[in-house]
Design a protein around this ligand. Structure first.
Ligand SMILES: C[S@@+](CC[C@H](N)C(=O)[O-])C[C@H]1O[C@@H](n2cnc3c(N)ncnc32)[C@H](O)[C@@H]1O
Length: 367
């Protein structure tokens, strides 16, 4: 990924595809943070040109799937569709492998009466919602049990850029992965909503990845669900080279954007723990590693005195800013002497939850 200027993130910003959450909220049980993360994934797919359609297996009232369709509509994207797979008569019963939370739910008996608990939404209702939101041209409904619909539909879908599995139980999740994973293109996303909520769902993911010997890193999706700190999981179907994870790409982009805003283009920056970020994060600014040894990154210092001596040496050699990005914030906590020195000696010209920047050009803190 490059620095700020002509990146996929800049193209995403230009697309400006904030989805209509007010319309979506009553149609989904997916928490808001996770919906926003999903919208960002679709924007990323469009900006990056990841080929293929978007698929949701397990749609209930259609909210998450229609959110994806809404992003397509706003992008005037006519060559992709969102596929909605569901029984439209609710969940099948859980099995022992789905774990205590699933079995407790089944034992409550409510699932036979309560449409929300059992995730019952009719095909007609979801079609009406799509129509009302103007999204009909962007969606394709495939009603029925996955075991019957997926083998036939996979021929029609072609390639998949994003596969969202929100089907709760082990058997359902396993069926989706077995039939659809191979259609997901390199660089595409597989999101698994119930990874944290139900044991069987997590087991199905691990069994599949293990059986295929796939090294995809499973990342948590922000939000709170079922009393758990995460709202789901996502992995990228990518060669899992370092730096390709969804969260890290976003973190790195935020760092690049804030460096571009905080530091002049001709600056020479001391970037703390610089090897974390790879080339381009400083948008063409000269990066001096910290610690530095013969021009190379040399790892964390043994103590405050070494760190402070290094800042002084690099400043004398022409460095003009010290930049600490969030992944390196632990330095400021651990090297308290270094933090005190930087804050008391130089102006802090930028401080957010992602980035702190000290200006080395003038000694003597104006504050
Ligand atoms: C938790 S709900 C989906 C929530 C939805 N994605 C949202 O935005 O709120 C789970 C859905 O999966 C469907 N489902 C689960 N297993 C299935 C299977 N084997 N075949 C078809 N549908 C299934 C259920 O009918 C239900 O609508």
């Amino acid at each position: 990924m490059e620095g700020v200027g002509d990146t996929v993130w800049d193209r995403m910003a230009v697309l400006s595809l904030a989805p209509d959450l007010d319309a979506i909220r009553p149609l989904t049980m997916v928490p808001e943070d996770a919906l926003l993360d999903l919208a960002r994934q679709v924007q990323f797919i469009l900006a990056e040109g990841v080929a293929g359609d978007l698929v949701e297996c397990g749609v209930w009232r259609g909210g998450a799937a229609l959110l994806m369709a809404d992003v397509l509509r706003r992008a005037r994207c006519r060559d992709r569709r969102v596929w909605l797979f569901d029984s439209f008569v609710g969940l099948p019963p859980p099995q022992a492998i789905d774990g205590p939370a699933a079995l407790a739910w089944a034992a409550s008996g409510d699932q036979h009466r309560d449409d929300v608990v059992n995730c019952v939404a009719s095909l007609a209702d979801v079609r009406d919602s799509a129509e009302r939101l103007g999204l009909t041209p962007f969606v394709e409904f495939v009603p029925g049990w996955f075991s019957e619909t997926l083998p036939e539909a996979r021929e029609r879908i072609g390639s998949i850029a994003l596969l969202r599995i929100d089907a709760d139980w082990h058997a359902s999740v396993q069926c989706c992965l077995e039939h659809l994973y191979d259609l997901v293109v390199e660089g595409g996303f597989v999101a698994v909503d119930d990874y944290y909520a139900y044991d069987g769902c997590a087991i199905a993911v691990h069994e599949f990845l293990g059986r295929r010997r796939l090294a995809h890193r499973v990342e948590s999706v922000p939000g709170t669900s079922a009393g758990l700190a995460y709202a789901g999981a996502v992995f990228r179907k990518a060669s899992t080279t370092w730096g390709q994870s969804w969260k890290w790409m976003q973190e790195r982009h935020r760092t690049a954007r804030e460096i571009a805003a905080a530091v002049p283009a001709d600056a020479a920056i001391v970037l703390v723990d610089s090897n974390q970020y790879g080339p381009g994060v400083a948008g063409g600014r000269r990066v001096v590693p910290f610690l530095e040894h013969h021009g190379q990154y040399w790892g964390p210092p043994p103590d405050d005195a070494t760190a402070i001596a290094e800042v002084r040496r690099l400043r004398t050699a022409g460095a003009t800013f010290v930049v600490v990005a969030r992944p390196a914030f632990w330095w400021l906590e651990h090297y308290t002497g270094l933090q005190r020195y930087l804050r008391s000696t130089f102006a802090t010209v930028w401080e957010t939850e992602h980035l702190v920047v000290f200006d080395l050009r003038n000694q003597g803190n104006p504050g």
